[in-house]
Each structure stands twice: as C-alpha cells, then as structure tokens.
Design a protein around this ligand. Structure first.
Ligand code: NAP
Length: 271
C-alpha cells in the first residue's frame, strides 16, 4: 500500500449521502472501507467505487454495535495500513411532537444517530491518536443547529453529535487530528421514505430548501482536502444559524411554517 494512499471509512454507505460520498471520493483515488446493514446494497456501492478506480472493502455492520465499529475501523488498518478519515454518516429520522414519540423510538434514534456516531468516532480516534493524524467527520443536520417543528427527537440526536464533535475539536487543537461537523438541509435520499415508515404516517415530504446527495458529497470532499470545523453544503443555511443566535424568538416564528402535516390532511393544521 502506497504511504500516500488516503484511507476513508464511511458508515451508512449503502444509500443516500454515504453512497454519494463513497462514489465522489473514488475519483480522488482513495481506498474506502464502507459499512451498512444491507449487504447487497452495500456491495453494489463498493462495486461502483471500484469501477471508478478506487479500492473498496464492504463490511456489513450495524453502527449501534460498539464491537462491530471497533472491527470496522480496525479493518481499514489491517487491509490498507492506516485510517485517514472516518465519516460518521449512518442515521435516520422519526417525526412527531414529544408526546407522539414513544420512549422506544427515542431510544432507537439515540442508539443509531448518536451512539452510532460515538462508537465509530471512538474507534477511529484510538487509531488517529496512534498515527497522530486523522480526520473525523460527523454528518449532523441543519436541525442539529436549529430545531424545526415535529423533529425534536431526531434533532436532539443531531445536536448531540455536534456536542461530541465540538468538544473534540477543542481537545485536538494543535494536533495532527481534525474534526468536522456537516449540516445538510433536506437532501433527496431514502431518508423521507424511511422516516414515513418509522413514524407510521403517509409519505413525509422534505421541507424547506433541498439539495442532492451529490452536493453534500462535494462539500464533504472539499472538507477532506481542507479540514474546516463546520460545513454547510447548502450555503444559504448558514443565515438560519446566525439569525437563531441573535433572534431565537423571531426564528421560532419563521421555522414554525415548516410544520409537518399528514399528506392527506383536510386543510386544517393541528396546533
Ligand atoms: N436526507 C436528509 O434530508 C438529511 C438532512 C440532513 C442530515 N441527514 C443525515 O445524513 C445522514 C445520511 O442520511 P441519508 O439522507 O443519506 O439517508 P438514507 O438514504 O436513508 O441512508 C442512510 C444510510 O445509513 C445506513 N444505516 C441506517 N441505520 C444504520 C445502522 N443501524 N447501522 C449501519 N448503517 C445504518 C443505511 O444503510 P442500511 O439500511 O443498509 O443499514 C443507509 O446506508 C444521516 O445521519 C441523516 O440524519 C440527512
């Protein structure tokens, strides 16, 4: 293995943003270690990566399993000799007000979105510290910066990822390790279909501005070239964060328009 070969691990690489990122990074000639639960879909992505000229290792694993995430990160080192970038991307959503979300649903969101990030990040950090180099990237969400109606349970896990990454960034200042939080807006992936299924409500639509997974992947690729603390793949979404810092009450009123309604609602909004 050439010593300048960059080795990138991506969780949740079988679809959506993870898949788009795997394919985008293949152009840069990296070696990739990819994980997700669906073996066939994951192997298909690994094949696309190989077809684009990069090496890829597909590992079927669930991010909620700490031991599996240790093995996932270790596989990068045993196969390719090192680990340069860990992208904690696997995640899903459930919609509903706090009293509509069951404790079991909340726990599942925490397990996948937060604990999944924690397990993969922890496994990667142990390797990064040994190497004295590495880049940890967490795919949060714009709702990890500013909540919107019906997304409290999900947003809480996205804020939690940000807390982890921010503290880490403060710890690694001056070291060869870097960390980045990514804040996508609504992205055209399987996310909304899965959210509808998990919520038990008809197809949920994306709300607010939208982007394609390839745009998020491009932004991640740029962050790997030049590590920055935060990435907003949809540039205008930064204004929401600034506005919320200076005028949170006004921002409440603005985002209240993003209230989710059942697709077949007979006009009247619930309050
Ligand atoms: N789409 C959006 O609008 C949007 C906006 C902001 C942030 N995000 C965030 O972006 C990330 C990717 O979402 P996406 O839009 O690309 O969704 P997606 O199309 O549903 O893809 C999710 C990926 O995560 C994997 N995954 C889910 N649970 C897993 C688990 N327990 N263990 C391992 N892999 C798991 C899925 O693969 P398997 O099912 O094969 O395991 C799939 O590859 C998520 O963290 C999401 O919160 C999405």
């Amino acid at each position: 293995v050439a010593s300048d070969l960059r080795v990138v691990a991506i969780t949740g690489a079988s679809a959506g943003i993870g898949r788009a990122t795997a394919i985008r990074l293949a152009r840069n000639g990296v070696a990739e270690v990819l994980c997700a639960r669906r073996a066939a879909a994951l192997e298909a992505v690994a094949e696309e990566v190989r077809a684009a000229g990069a090496q890829a290792l597909a590992i079927v694993a669930d991010v909620t399993d700490a031991v599996a995430m240790e093995a996932f990160a270790a596989a990068a080192v045993s196969r390719f000799g090192r680990l340069d970038v860990m992208i904690c991307n696997a995640g899903f959503g459930i919609a509903g007000a706090i009293d509509e979300i069951s404790p079991a649903q909340m726990r599942q969101l925490v397990d996948v979105n937060y604990m999944g990030t924690f397990h993969a990040a922890r496994a990667a950090m142990r390797i990064f510290r040994r190497q004295n180099t590495g880049h940890l990237i967490a795919i949060s969400s714009i709702v990890g910066k500013r909540g919107v109606p019906s997304m409290g349970a999900y947003a809480a896990t996205k804020f939690a990822q940000v807390g982890l990454i921010e503290c880490l960034r403060a710890e690694i200042v001056g070291s060869g390790i870097s960390a980045t939080a990514v804040y996508p807006v609504s992205t055209e992936t399987e996310f909304f279909e899965i959210m509808s299924r998990e919520t038990g409500k008809p197809m949920m639509r994306a709300l607010g501005p939208r982007q394609q997974p390839a745009q998020v992947a491009d932004a991640i690729a740029r962050a790997i070239e030049r590590p920055v603390p935060e990435v907003y793949p949809h540039r205008s979404s930064r204004w929401l964060v600034w506005l919320n810092t200076f005028a949170p009450g006004l921002t409440d009123r603005i985002v209240s328009r993003l209230r989710r309604r059942p697709v077949r609602a007979k006009g009247a909004a619930r309050s």
